[in-house]
Design a protein around this ligand. Structure first.
Ligand SMILES: [Zn+2]
Ligand SMILES: [Zn+2]
Length: 422
């Protein structure tokens, strides 16, 4: 992708304007996109089609069981209409939420932030000089909790994950409640159908004379189908409920080293780490420290009530209607999120322990990867000097690279790879 050829310190950079015309010529119309990202093809919709088929496949059997047992066998019209109403209301909500997930933009980074909806501590423009807040693929600021999806080729606000089952789209700030609603409705309708069919089978087998010979086949199929679907999707839904409970996205939960971006400034001496540290330069014991800390530091955890309100809350009196119907979008602008006050203290402790941790020699692969990363950093530094935290950090990176190269080649001369410390 294109890069700026020179840096003009007097130039004013608009956060919503493209720096390179090859990246995006109309950012207000939609998100900027990485031109190197793969284009969406027809086969990306195959999992979505398969999912819709799996949802529609049991419908004939379900109608057969309802009509044959409740209308023709036991002549119980009220039960027939009750089951019909409940299941098709749930199916209607399922497909409404599915349409929202597939059609809606999950979180456009280039839209104008709505400050009046902002719930965060920062209400101004994004602090894109902070670590991890500039997307080098989109060449644009990356708001807090936004991530770049390499498959979609763009940044997504509060990105949760990329979902191949929902039209190869990301789940983000504007589609996460709809996604959870989709999972919940499928779980409910699956268990409901499994329960009704199990009960029908129980009664039918206790009076087999009145039973139609095909009904048990449909009933057994639906019972197992509903149980399997309900258990699989329900487990996934419970996992997401837990994430809402601690206010984490899937990416944040599965990426412990994202914490490094949020560390307070490290002491200037007594260690070889960058500021903030890179994952690759951590020794085994330091990596273990970060993983352990990740289990305790929930950056945005404000208590379960506020956490749930951040995803499912509404401000308008009738806001519960879209929540109940198709899930809707998360409230707020999706750019700024209040931090847990406790997390700052824990991050400070982690920073101290990282700099005090015993430094074990990294592996051969780590040394190679770190050399490449350092070189890439230096190149980036040349291209975008204003994105560095400080000149001292750059000098430290240079010294670390030199020491690393020296130690690496020394170890090669010695015939063994022993680490980078000379
Ligand atoms: Zn991006
Ligand atoms: Zn994606």
């Amino acid at each position: 992708m294109g890069r700026r050829t020179s840096f003009n310190p007097t130039e004013t950079i608009s956060l919503n304007s493209p720096i390179d015309s090859s990246v995006d010529s109309s950012p207000r119309l939609g998100p900027s996109r990485d031109p190197d990202a793969p284009q969406k093809r027809w086969y990306h919709y195959v999992p979505l089609s398969a999912g819709i088929f799996l949802l529609l496949a049991p419908q004939p059997s379900w109608l057969y069981v309802l009509v044959d047992y409740h209308l023709k066998t036991v002549h119980h019209r009220a039960a027939f209409f009750t089951h019909l109403l409940i299941t098709y209301a749930l199916f209607f909500m399922t497909f409404s939420a599915l349409i929202v997930c597939v059609v809606r933009d999950p979180g456009p980074v280039t839209d104008e932030p709505k400050n009046e909806d902002s719930e965060g501590l920062m209400t101004g423009q994004d602090d894109f000089l902070a670590p991890g807040r500039w997307c080098r693929k989109c060449w644009a600021p990356k708001p807090e909790r936004a991530h770049h999806c390499s498959i979609c080729g763009r940044c997504v606000l509060k990105m949760d994950h990329h979902c191949p089952w929902l039209g190869a789209k990301c789940i983000g700030h504007r589609t996460y409640p709809a996604f959870l609603h989709f999972l919940l409705c499928i779980t409910l309708v699956s268990f409901y159908i499994a329960t009704v069919c199990g009960s029908v089978l129980w009664h039918a087998f206790s009076d087999p004379i009145r039973m139609n010979e095909l009904m048990p086949l449909h009933g057994i199929f639906l019972t197992f189908y509903g149980l399997i679907f309900g258990l699989v999707i329900g487990s996934f839904y419970c996992w997401h409920l837990y994430l809402v409970f601690i206010n984490q996205t899937t990416i944040e939960n599965l990426s412990p080293f994202l914490l490094l971006r949020h560390l307070p400034p490290l002491p200037r001496t007594g260690h070889d780490l960058s500021d903030p540290p890179l994952e690759l330069e951590l020794s085994r014991s330091q990596r273990r420290l970060v993983r352990d800390a990740h289990g305790h530091i929930h950056l945005y955890d404000l208590g379960w009530r506020r956490n749930f309100a951040q995803v499912f809350g509404w401000k308008h009196p009738w806001g519960w209607v879209p929540r109940l119907w198709f899930g809707g979008a998360s409230p707020g602008d999706g750019r700024n999120f209040p931090r847990s006050p406790k997390s700052d203290e824990l991050l400070q402790r982690l920073a101290t322990e990282l700099t005090n941790a015993e430094d074990a020699p990294p592996s051969f692969e780590t040394v190679i990867a770190l050399v490449l990363t350092r070189n890439a950093q230096q190149l980036r530094q040349r291209d975008m000097p204003w994105s560095s935290t400080s000149d001292a950090a750059a000098a430290k990176a240079q010294r670390a690279t030199s020491a690393l190269n020296l130690g690496f080649f020394k170890s090669l001369r010695g015939g063994t790879i022993v680490g980078y410390k000379s």
